[in-house]
Design a protein around this ligand. Structure first.
Ligand code: PEP
Ligand code: NA
Ligand code: MN
Length: 627
């Protein structure tokens, strides 16, 4: 049961610096007291992550209108939340990396001088929780006490955030016990930024989705602190996820020799019963959740899910690279999730799910674009307005989400939460490219693999074959998530690779499901058929280990491509010309792309590792002089 402490009685208001000082001392109770003195809630509740606690918070949110219960026969244990229409996504423009030296944030992050940011935050957090309850949520990223795991404590004035954190992380008194015993924790403070009393003490009416037009998602890499203000939305408010498990953890990894990555994690089992583990980085909205839950079309193969968004990678005792999914649930995009694209997810969402900003059916079930081919005749859209097919706006917000426990996933791998993690066999980098990038290519070396990760990009337009469209760069799919200089991240990858046993080091690949023909049609069917590409990838792992002696790959300027016949295409409606286009390397178009890569590298100045500059030079040489 939650412990209800007395409202803080501190006569003088607290300061943000006092909270930081307590956190630095590692004293969780002093820290919570200091945050309460700053934010002035009416009560403090220490959460234990129990089912009793969850039920009480859900009941409270149903009363206040934050959660709408769905029909228990159609969608048992499930709820719909409708956010403020202005609080529907991560706000990168208000996301800050506050390293003492601006150069350590790098050119791709918003930087603020820590002292200046502390002053601003001190202003907005003062009295921010007046009239609200402050919840203290002790959580673990990764199994509690595991060798790859990390602890955090989030303070929040949002019950929606408490319940969501209970799904997405491991919340419990066992975590608090460790923290009280002196284990290091990441202090994370969150407020929706809408107090229920003004400075004079007069009451302000609550709303179902409180938030503020002022937003801060601030990270202090040196003190490992997170301060988030003004939003209740996932990536801004569930601070274990992007803020901790990527931005802060990437800095921890830099300092401690490991990697925090925006990667899914899967186990493949071959028809021979051999098991492989693959991590894959894709920018947001490239189908990571679909790939993580893929149902293979190739007979005899299985794909099991370990994670769909974040992986922590750490060199193991024998020179292998181990990986865990630090999360305990999925916070996925609903639109586009349907029987055809992700049947496992559809099954997973049948119960015990919190939906945010999807549409509501008259029967009390949910719907979103892509769930079924034909929309229901009548819906209530994500803003609560009547909707009929043909309405101008989509029924569900394009970034509407589901929040569900990993255990609910029908394809979850046995031992997915093993504290020791899994040994990685392959790492995959992907983008959404209409041109140039082949369906799959293997890096010639670890350094080449880091080059592939550093040059991940997507094209907005369905550019004609051979003509590179406008490239949006998203190195390592970490552009919004790296807590330090991106080029330093590349150097760190080179260092981690060098620390691994060469024979056990994962092989690195680049994939592109999105290449198009001149008419803008996709060349590759994707979804379950992507299992064919995964099968070739792990066949290459077998060949590298001497478990197969047939020729699997041929050299090309951009990496090793499947040898004729090595990629299983039987049963696909794919003619030879289409197959050739999927792997075509057009020297002129690639030369143009190397120019763009040079410009991109130049934005990082002298922090780009020499090995990557060398790789670019080699690519140019291999392409030959155009014309
Ligand atoms: C998020 O916005 O919280 C999130 C998970 O982001 P994305 O899906 O873009 O990775
Ligand atoms: Na988002
Ligand atoms: Mn993501």
């Amino acid at each position: 049961m939650p412990l209800l402490a007395d409202a803080p009685t501190a006569p003088t208001r607290g300061t943000l610096d006092a909270a930081t000082a307590a956190a630095r001392n590692g004293d969780v109770h002093a820290w919570v007291e200091a945050v309460a003195a700053l934010t002035q809630p009416r009560a403090v509740v220490w959460c234990d992550g129990s089912d009793v606690e969850r039920r009480a918070l859900v009941a409270q949110m149903v009363r206040t209108g934050t959660l709408l219960p769905l029909d228990p026969d159609l969608r048992p244990g499930s709820y719909l939340a409708r956010s403020d229409p202005a609080d529907v996504a991560r706000v990168e423009s208000r996301t800050f990396i506050c390293s003492p030296d601006q150069r350590d944030a790098g050119p791709t992050n918003n930087w603020r001088e820590p002292g200046a940011m502390r002053d601003e935050l001190d202003g907005v957090f003062t009295g921010a929780m007046r009239g609200r309850t402050m919840y203290v949520v002790p959580f673990s990223m990764g199994p509690v006490g595991g060798p790859l795991s990390q602890l955090g404590v989030q303070v929040t004035d949002s019950p929606y955030v408490v319940v969501s954190m209970g799904v997405m992380t491991r919340v419990g008194s066992d975590v608090l016990d460790l923290v009280e015993a002196g284990a290091p924790f990441v202090p994370a403070v969150h407020s929706v930024g809408m107090p229920l009393r003004d400075e004079a003490g007069d009451e302000i009416d609550d709303v179902p989705w409180p938030c503020s037009s002022t937003k801060y998602i601030a990270h202090f890499p040196e003190s490992r602190e997170i301060w988030s203000f003004g939003s209740g939305y996932g990536g801004n408010a569930l601070l274990g996820k992007k803020c901790f498990a990527l931005r802060i953890a990437s800095v921890m990894g830099r300092d401690e020799g490991w990697l925090a990555e925006h990667m899914l994690l899967v186990r493949l089992t071959s028809p021979q019963g051999r098991r492989y583990h693959v991590a894959a980085a894709f920018p947001s909205a490239c189908g990571k959740t679909n790939l993580a839950m893929l149902r293979p079309t190739l007979p005899g193969w299985t794909v099991e899910t370990i994670g769909d968004d974040i992986a922590w990678l750490r060199p193991g005792p024998d020179g292998e690279l181990r990986a865990i999914n630090p999360e305990a649930g999925f916070f996925g995009v609903a639109p586009g999730t349907g029987e055809a694209t992700n049947p496992a997810a559809v099954e997973m969402l049948a119960r015990d799910t919190i939906f945010t900003n999807v549409a509501l059916t008259p029967e009390g079930d949910v719907w979103w674009e892509g769930l079924t081919e034909t929309p229901p005749a009548h819906l209530t859209d994500w803003r609560g307005r009547p909707w009929v097919p043909g309405s101008e706006e989509p029924a569900a917000h394009p970034n509407s989400r589901f929040t569900v426990a990993a255990e609910r996933c029908p394809s979850i791998a046995a031992g997915w939460d093993d504290p020791e993690g899994v040994v990685l066999d392959a790492i995959v980098f992907g983008g959404r490219r209409a041109t140039n990038v082949p369906l799959v290519a293997q890096a010639e070396s670890w350094e080449h693999g880091v080059f592939m990760g550093a040059t991940i990009s997507s094209e907005r337009t369905a550019a004609a074959e051979g003509v590179v469209g406008e490239l949006r760069r998203d190195p390592f799919a970490m552009l919004p998530f790296c807590g330090y200089d991106m080029a330093d991240h590349w150097a760190h990858w080179l260092r981690v690779g060098a620390s691994l046993d060469r024979a056990r080091r994962p092989l690195v690949f680049q994939v592109n499901w999105f290449r198009r023909d001149d008419e803008g049609r996709f060349l590759w069917p994707g979804f379950g058929e992507n299992s064919r590409v995964l099968a070739w990838i792990v066949d290459q792992v077998d060949r590298a280990r001497g478990l197969r002696t047939d020729v699997g790959a041929v050299a090309s300027p951009v990496g090793l491509l499947p040898a004729p016949g090595a990629l299983e295409t039987r049963g696909l409606d794919l003619d030879d010309a289409t197959l050739a286009r999927l792997f075509a390397v057009d020297a002129g178009s690639w030369q143009l792309e190397t120019d763009l890569t040079e410009e991109f590298f130049a934005t990082f100045g002298d922090r780009v590792p020499q090995a990557l500059r060398d790789r670019l030079a080699r690519l140019r040489e291999a392409l030959g002089t155009p014309g």
